[in-house]
Design a protein around this ligand. Structure first.
Ligand SMILES: Cc1cc2nc3c(=O)[nH]c(=O)nc-3n(C[C@H](O)[C@H](O)[C@H](O)COP(=O)(O)O)c2cc1C
Length: 348
């Protein structure tokens, strides 16, 4: 799918456009990276070797339908999911809104996905001929499990079933659209959850994905719990419940998580806060509002070892991955860096 194709898709209702985009990627209509990434971008992330640090965030390919096409389109890594143990329909439609004037999106999808068995079968099928690059799986809890206080069990089931089929996993407790899920981000509940996760995990790195709406006081207790249970790293951040006063779009009042340009500043500030307390060694993936090389570079300088994006793709098309990849190499060189790792956290 070309960038022009992606722009035409924005004329369709959002979910139709999204389904068409996935279909187009599966048919091989996506862009193809014709040149390798500049070696300055090569980096390690929780023991994984990335050719470059620009990744696709969770929620675009929820059912692992097109990870190889997405890697071939120029992402250094792709996170599929969220997958939950049982298939789930999600919230009633409409549940995805474009805030075009704000270069943003509000979604309240509610973990719609085909469930563990379907995703597992697709991940197994791709093992024969995987595209080069890294594939992670975003893990979610079924709505009923969260209601019953049994979400830890869901993450354990998913980790056990999918280990060996992906390069990393993300424990997502920060989606705002499953009532109660974000409550897992603090105190003894987080402690119990991460203990279960650590018991269930196998060899692959496990990241914890956090909400941008956490407060200053949440940072140190989360880091302490993450370290105690040997969680590999953090993803900062998911979508926000905040509604900045600057929003112009008529959809600004919709319920759900806001992503895209208005999320850049608050998610980068939280990332910086985590990097400051964590020190240089904890792997952190920076997400939220990245729409070009400058924003990706700002995340790296604020402490991200790698970055992910989703919303800007809706407006700019899949060629954006390569534009950010190549623009980031230019920005690093212009500032005299010899490798990406040297720029991580320089603004902290
Ligand atoms: C439609 C939609 C669905 C999403 N689904 C998930 C999900 O299943 N799991 C998750 O961790 N994040 C999900 N996200 C959040 C993104 O992965 C990302 O953290 C967030 O959108 C901020 O990045 P962005 O501003 O580049 O979009 C979703 C975002 C959108 C817009």
């Amino acid at each position: 799918m070309s960038d022009l194709g992606a722009k035409l898709l924005t004329l369709l209702p959002p979910e139709t456009a999204h389904r068409t985009a996935i279909w187009g990627m599966k048919q091989g209509f996506g862009p193809k990276a014709s040149t390798p990434a500049d070696p300055i971008l090569r980096t390690a992330l929780a023991g994984m070797e990335l050719a470059h640090p620009v990744g696709l965030a969770a929620g675009f390919d929820k059912n692992a339908e097109a990870p190889d096409a997405l890697l071939n389109a120029g992402f250094g890594f792709v996170e599929v999911g969220a997958v939950t143990p049982r298939p789930q329909a999600g919230n009633p439609q409409p549940r995805l809104f474009r805030l075009r004037e704000d270069r943003a999106v509000i979604n309240r999808m509610g973990f719609n996905n085909e469930g563990l068995d379907a995703v597992k079968a697709r991940l197994e099928a791709r093992q024969e001929n995987p595209a080069p690059g890294i594939v992670g799986v975003n893990l979610g809890a079924n709505k009923q499990s969260v209601e019953r206080g049994e979400s830890a069990e869901d993450y354990a089931i998913l980790l056990k079933a999918l280990s060996g089929l992906a390069d990393f996993f993300t424990v997502n407790i920060s989606s705002p659209n499953t009532p109660g899920l974000r409550g897992l981000q603090s105190g003894t509940v987080l402690d119990d959850l991460l203990k279960r996760v650590n018991d269930a995990r196998w060899a692959e790195p496990v990241f914890l994905k956090l909400a941008p709406d956490l407060s200053e006081d949440d940072v140190d207790p989360i880091l302490e719990t993450v370290n105690r249970h040997r969680i590999s790293g953090l993803i900062v951040s998911n979508t926000t419940l905040a509604r900045p006063e600057t929003l112009q779009s008529k959809h600004a009042g919709e319920k759900g998580g806001l992503s895209g340009a208005p999320l850049l500043e608050p998610s980068t500030a939280l990332l910086k806060r985590f990097r400051k307390s964590a020190g240089p060694d904890l792997p952190i993936i920076g997400v939220g509002g990245i729409d070009g090389p400058e924003a990706a570079y700002a995340k790296i300088r604020a402490g991200a070892n790698a970055v992910q994006l989703y919303t800007a793709l809706i407006y700019q098309g899949p060629g954006l991955a390569l534009r950010i990849r190549d623009g980031l190499a230019d920005l690093l060189k212009a500032d005299g860096f010899e490798r990406l790792a040297d720029a991580v956290g320089v603004d902290v």
